[in-house]
Ligand binder design. Structure first.
Ligand SMILES: Cc1ncc(COP(=O)(O)O)c(C=O)c1O
Length: 382
């Protein structure tokens, strides 16, 4: 393999071949305008995968988050709770609406929101009489949150949950698909996700009326009238029929893509888990992660000078893309001073400090995986 020429990406798109047939169908039938039969069919297919009653195809996961926030009634001056260890799109729409985040730490068992820290945040909010407008649960790197511990804390106070399942399409919590646990949930079909439409998102809910409202907002909030009549302001957020065609071919491959990503994880774990200080992201027995990205931490006290950055740099020298774990939101300059509830020790800060993501694409060849493994091992002198 020519190491300089064949860059190994973190999570590149993996096309199956049929995408072009769906796109061609859209062209042949002149359904290249926004919306059309692929959009409707793709919505039904995603609703089935997530086991929800209704789905709305959108231009991005971020658009789905914004519409969820509007549906639960987030307004300026509100407070909301959100996992700190995530990508900024989990919360940027709410902050842009004038609401303030309170960040919740991760638990070491799943790397997702700590039930213990969430309980403390709620107790303080109860005492202050300031109920959050929403709780945003994020299924990180494909791993479901511990729903049975987190959801009752929200339900007992009537606080709506928005489930950010952007990274967890194809994952299960106690046998139930992610995306179905909040009042609203959503997937992302960004180019780096487990399946892609080249860019897009899917809003999910059992509340069909709410999804219809989101559909109205997502198409410029046009009232029923022969002319353009508006009593509300909306957005241009719908997915196009061409893009939905890509998604229809991709979603048929979901089981295969999950199996491949899980196999990549297993292979890395088998080859690297015994290196000093190396720990892979755990998977509690009652969850089935899609293993969207293989992530691991390097404990600097045991790793004989190897750090997550020295590994990332060594991989970069071989033209291999690897990344640090998400930088937690409570450490981001834009959210300086925001309230943060630790699990007991700042778990998300430590995961960021020591964690990295390895190339995890479902199209990664064995040779490419071997090169990643060899490069990491070399760092340890193994
Ligand atoms: C956790 C998380 N939330 C939200 C998003 C936003 O999705 P999109 O890129 O489709 O807007 C992403 C990915 O991009 C994500 O990883």
């Amino acid at each position: 393999m020519d190491r300089k020429r064949d860059r190994i990406y973190l999570s590149p798109p993996h096309l199956g071949g049929e995408e072009i047939l769906y796109v061609k169908e859209a062209f042949d039938t002149n359904w290249v305008a926004p919306l059309g039969p692929h959009v409707e069919a793709f919505e039904k297919e995603c609703a089935k995968v997530a086991d929800v009653k209704s789905a709305l195809a959108l231009s991005s996961g971020t658009a789905a988050m914004l519409l969820s926030a509007r549906l639960v009634g987030v307004k300026p001056g509100d407070v909301f709770f959100c996992s700190s260890l995530t990508f900024i799109a989990s919360l940027a729409p709410l902050a842009q609406m004038g609401a303030s985040p309170v960040f919740i730490d991760s638990e070491p068992e799943s790397w997702n929101m700590s039930p213990r820290a969430l309980a403390r945040a709620f107790e303080d909010a109860d005492r202050a009489g300031k109920t959050p407008a929403a709780v945003i649960l994020v299924n990180l790197y494909g791993q479901p949150c511990d729903m049975d511990e987190l959801l009752p804390l929200c339900a007992s106070r009537g606080v709506p949950v928005i489930e950010d399942a952007a990274e967890s399409l194809g994952s299960l919590y106690k046998g139930r698909p992610t995306g179905s646990f909040g009042r609203f949930g959503f997937f992302s079909f960004n180019g780096n996700k487990i399946i892609t439409t080249s860019g897009g998102g899917m809003l999910l809910s059992d509340d069909k009326e709410a999804i219809d409202k989101a559909r109205f907002w997502a198409t410029q909030a046009r009232d029923k009238a022969p002319w353009y009549e508006h009593t509300e302001l909306g957005y241009n957020f719908r997915m196009s029929n061409v893009v939905a065609g890509i998604g229809r071919a991709q979603i048929k491959l979901l089981d295969d893509r999950v199996a491949r990503r899980r196999a990549v994880f297993e292979r890395y774990a088998r080859a690297l888990a015994d290196l000093p200080g190396v720990s892979f992201m755990p998977e509690p027995s009652y969850m089935r992660s899609s293993r969207w990205l293989t992530t691991l931490t390097i404990n600097p006290e045991q790793s004989r000078g190897v750090t997550r950055m020295s590994i990332i740099d060594a991989l970069a020298a071989e033209n291999i893309e690897a990344r640090p774990v998400w930088k937690p939101m409570h450490l981001q300059p834009i959210f300086e001073g925001a309230k943060y509830y630790e699990h007991g020790g700042d778990v998300s800060r430590e995961l960021f400090g020591n964690g990295l993501c390895l190339p995890s694409g479902s199209s990664l060849s064995e040779d490419e995986q071997n090169l990643v493994i060899e490069t990491v091992k070399k760092q340890f002198g193994a």
